[in-house]
Design a protein around this ligand. Structure first.
Ligand code: GUN
Ligand code: ZN
Length: 435
């Protein structure tokens, strides 16, 4: 097996800095990651790991982190980002559903999948939990592309039997197609399958029942859906499921809550709903650029996290409701959402969220989100001089003050701050023109 190494300042987390403070952080100023095949064999001071004949890629003036993880993104929505003037339900009707109809065409799926994964890598994102479209072929295209890159990707066919004309499956076909896709893709290489009922506005009770059956039959698959994003959406769910006490209760009754279930948004929840998410180990996914752009509301981190039984939290772009593929920009907007609620968000918490935190949310912390030996060598290399403005700002910070460096980088950084992205031991993106 090939052995090679990358050298630079290594940064990763062994624990949650919100609980353990700076002790959670590993910061090795002149460090080296030794890679054997796909995996990290060792990570530590370069002086301890240098050996004659080892091929070393140097990244001076950069931080080498675990690859970033995006816990909620829609790959059919790359041409929808930045669509003007609508809140959720109109935004879906006017922009998103027309874009998703085009995924009936396998060639369109293949081109979109290539663009999407290239964009993730340009932004330092090595793993995503991604929605496909209602068409099974959209999953095939994305999984084929991800397999070709050896990326850790989780996706699923959207189930929406009460969606708009031209984008509907049925409770039965949604079940059958999902089942076939699970058999074809789940556990192939680094691909995982997420059972994906879009939301309770576009699925019948029979379809949510089928989604629950799939989750029971495939407990190692994930489940992803949307929850409590927008007031009109919540009112519509109330009309459609009058027997349920809340939006969360709709999913709960069909057995969709649990430790592998990721709920996008979770903005407008009653106390009993928060308690159920917490009790079931479900994950609430914070998508700040989307929540601001679609005008959905402010994610209430304090309410979900500051309780004896905290709700598990993930962080995500939600492209194309979200406006950037960059997890740095996503963290910057998260910071601002929390500022509006008179709460701060330390940079260590933010970088933990993008790496180990999202890995924990997906139950993949043994494999990704870390530079520990034995994990897969998925790396994001962040440039400390990506633009004149960032370089100028960072020059004013003592290099030993990593939280300050990280904070400025997350507030000002974007894809230009990603010098390189490695996937399973291979450099798949190197920024053109980077020093
Ligand atoms: N709710 C149901 N579908 C979607 C979607 O595609 N994007 C967002 N932001 N919310 C949704
Ligand atoms: Zn979404």
């Amino acid at each position: 097996m090939t052995r090679r190494a990358v050298r630079g300042r290594l940064v990763w987390f062994r624990d949650d800095p919100a609980l353990a403070g700076e002790a959670a952080l590993v910061d090795i100023p002149d460090g080296m990651v030794v890679i054997e095949g796909e995996r990290i064999e060792a990570a530590g001071p370069a002086a301890d790991l240098l050996e004659p004949g080892l091929e070393v890629t140097d990244y001076p003036n950069a931080l080498i982190l675990p690859g970033l993880i995006d816990a909620h993104i829609h790959y059919p929505q790359t041409r929808v980002i930045g669509s003007y003037g609508a809140q959720l339900l109109d935004w879906l009707q006017n922009y998103t559903f027309p874009a998703e109809r085009r995924f009936a065409d396998p060639d369109h799926c293949a081109a979109a999948a290539r663009f999407f994964l290239d964009e993730l890598l340009r932004h330092g994102t090595t793993t995503a939990l991604a929605y496909a479209s209602v068409h099974p072929g959209s999953v095939d295209a994305l999984c084929t592309e991800a397999m070709g890159r050896n990326m850790r990707l989780i996706t699923g066919k959207v189930m929406m039997d009460e969606g708009p004309e031209g984008l509907r499956d049925t409770a039965q076909s949604g079940y059958d197609d999902s089942k076939a896709l699970i058999a074809r893709w789940h556990g192939q290489g680094r691909i995982g399958y997420a059972i994906t009922p879009r939301f309770a506005v576009t699925s019948s009770a029979a379809q949510l029942e089928a989604a629950g059956a799939l989750l029971r039959e495939h407990p190692d698959c994930w489940l992803q859906t949307h929850l409590a994003e927008n007031h009109a959406e919540i009112a519509e769910v109330g009309r459609r499921f009058p027997e349920s006490s809340s939006y969360t209760d709709v999913y709960d009754r069909f057995g969709l809550l649990g430790p592998r279930s990721i709920f996008g948004h979770c903005i407008h929840l009653a106390e009993a709903e928060v308690a159920r998410l917490a009790a079931t180990g479900s994950i609430a996914c914070f998508c700040p650029t989307s929540n601001l752009f679609i005008g959905s509301g402010l994610f209430d981190l304090a309410r979900l996290a500051d309780r004896p039984d905290p709700v598990r939290i993930a962080l995500a772009t939600d492209v194309g409701g979200g406006t950037s593929y960059s997890m740095l920009q996503t963290a910057a907007e998260a910071y601002k959402v929390l500022q509006l609620q008179h709460r701060n968000w330390p940079a260590l918490d933010a970088f933990h969220a993008m790496t180990r935190g999202n890995a924990l949310a997906l139950g993949l912390d043994h494999e990704i989100g870390t530079l520990e030996p034995g994990s897969v060598a998925d790396l994001a290399v962040l440039d400390l001089a990506p633009t004149p403005a960032v370089a100028h700002r960072l020059e004013a910070i003592d290099r030993r003050d990593l939280p300050a460096l990280l904070f400025a980088l997350m507030i000002m950084g974007d894809d230009r701050a990603v010098r390189a992205t490695w996937v399973a031991g291979q450099p798949l993106h190197e920024r053109a023109g980077a020093a």
